[in-house]
Write a protein that binds this ligand. Structure first.
Ligand code: S3P
Length: 402
């Protein structure tokens, strides 16, 4: 299996790319948990009720939608040995996570109240689930009879003051990166449950559905160990996807040096790549590719590396790229790629009577390795190089803040 992130502007774009590449399943996160539902053809009873989905399975033309946030909440609270029956609970937030939490708790026979900055939204979700809602001005008073507080609101719109917390409260925060409530609840002597448990528990049923395999809990827990920022940023993808055009733009944006592996090979060998492949064969070219890439990866300073489309065909190089760089898959379909390149400069395609057919076959052979090597896919099908570069820049800043 291969698992990578996909950057999309809309739910429609995400579904389109999944179908085009032939992806089997996807986790869906904010802000697409509601927008994705109309693209699904088979809804689980929970998704039917909530109209919120966090995982999709593609089965031929059928797109099955599930909500495993519900399992995330229940699994966590079970692990904490909480008896939910008649437990007074307050859910802060009525978005995707809040609705799933309220639904899970209500079905477990807890007494659930929802509160949201927009009271209308809280009322609607409460009505769909069959629980109650209150307005933000009533939170302080209402908290006196609450045992479990589930917070699904990000740190910038906090609804709760730490003065209102007492030792009888159990505080479950969906925020799993540096929750501000961890310390506040400790000061107030109330039990704190970290959102990472939710993240983990929602992933188990998704993993089982995606792969048919029992999840390896220990390995999955490993994702919470601090991720080190890899040394380089590498762009991979099929010939003509736009790697060589995007790399200098991204380098300029990030104020980093850039290097194009194909250009380095040409410099190193003193001839163009078509001539090199013609004279010495593809295997010799791959050896040169390995020498040059390994030299570039060993450079101490972070580089934006534009790789040749076939670099990942050598599994040791794919592995080194993955270990030493944030690998971005610039994706464009073979059809679009071919329109962007001069076939004569790509000997692996030029030697075929039908280059499009050859490109499709080569892409099909390689796509799994692109997926396995990549950390993030950015769609370059109908986006300019500048837009692709901006997207990568935004994603890197969000995923690896420094
Ligand atoms: C190749 C892609 C080319 C170049 C060579 C082989 C490939 O680079 O390295 O022609 O095997 O896909 P681009 O992806 O920059 O076109």
């Amino acid at each position: 299996y291969a698992y990578f992130r996909l950057a999309a502007d809309t739910a429609k774009e995400a579904v389109h790319i999944c179908k085009e590449i032939g992806i089997n399943a996807a986790n869906i996160t904010a802000p697409f948990k509601t927008d994705i539902v109309p693209f699904s053809t088979q809804l689980s009873p929970e998704v039917q009720k909530l109209k919120i989905c966090n995982s999709l399975v593609f089965e031929g033309d059928t797109i099955c939608a599930y909500n495993t946030d519900i399992d995330g909440v229940l699994g966590t609270l079970q692990e904490a040995n909480l008896n939910l029956k008649n437990l007074p609970c307050l859910v802060l937030g009525a978005g995707g996570a809040g609705s799933a939490a309220a639904y899970a708790l209500h079905n477990a026979e807890a007494k659930v109240t929802i509160v949201n900055r927009n009271p209308h939204k809280a009322r609607n979700v409460a009505k769909a689930i069959g629980c109650q809602s209150i307005s933000t001005t009533d939170i302080e008073k209402h908290l006196q009879k609450i045992r479990l507080i589930v917070n699904t609101i990000g740190e910038h719109h906090n609804l709760i003051s730490s003065h209102w917390l007492t030792t009888k409260h159990i505080f479950f925060d969906a925020v799993y990166h540096h929750s501000q409530f961890k310390e506040l609840t400790a000061q107030k002597g109330c039990q704190f449950i970290d959102g990472s448990h939710w993240l983990l528990h929602q992933s188990f049923p998704a993993y089982l559905r995606f792969t048919g395999l029992e999840p390896n809990v220990k390995a999955m827990q490993g994702i919470f160990t601090e991720q080190k920022m890899p040394k380089h940023i590498a762009l991979i993808g099929f010939m003509g996807a736009g790697k060589s055009t995007v790399a200098p733009l991204l380098a300029q944006q990030m104020n980093l040096p850039t290097v194009d592996i194909d250009v380095e090979i040409e410099r190193h060998c003193g001839m163009t790549i078509p001539l090199l492949i013609e004279k010495k064969g593809e295997q010799y070219f791959r050896q040169q590719e390995q020498i040059v890439l390994e030299e570039v990866l060993a450079r101490p300073k972070c580089h934006i590396i534009s790789c040749g489309g076939g670099v990942i065909a050598q599994s040791s190089l794919a592995q080194q790229l993955k270990e030493q760089s944030i690998v971005i898959w610039i994706y464009a379909s073979p059809n679009i790629c071919l329109k962007r390149i001069d076939i004569n400069s790509r000997p692996l395609l030029a030697q075929h009577a039908n280059p499009l057919q050859a490109a499709k076959a080569l892409f099909h052979k390689r796509k799994f390795v692109y997926a396995q090597t990549a950390y993030l896919l950015v769609n370059a099908n109908n986006n300019s190089a500048k837009i692709v570069s901006n997207k990568i820049y935004d994603e890197i800043n969000t995923l690896f803040p420094h």
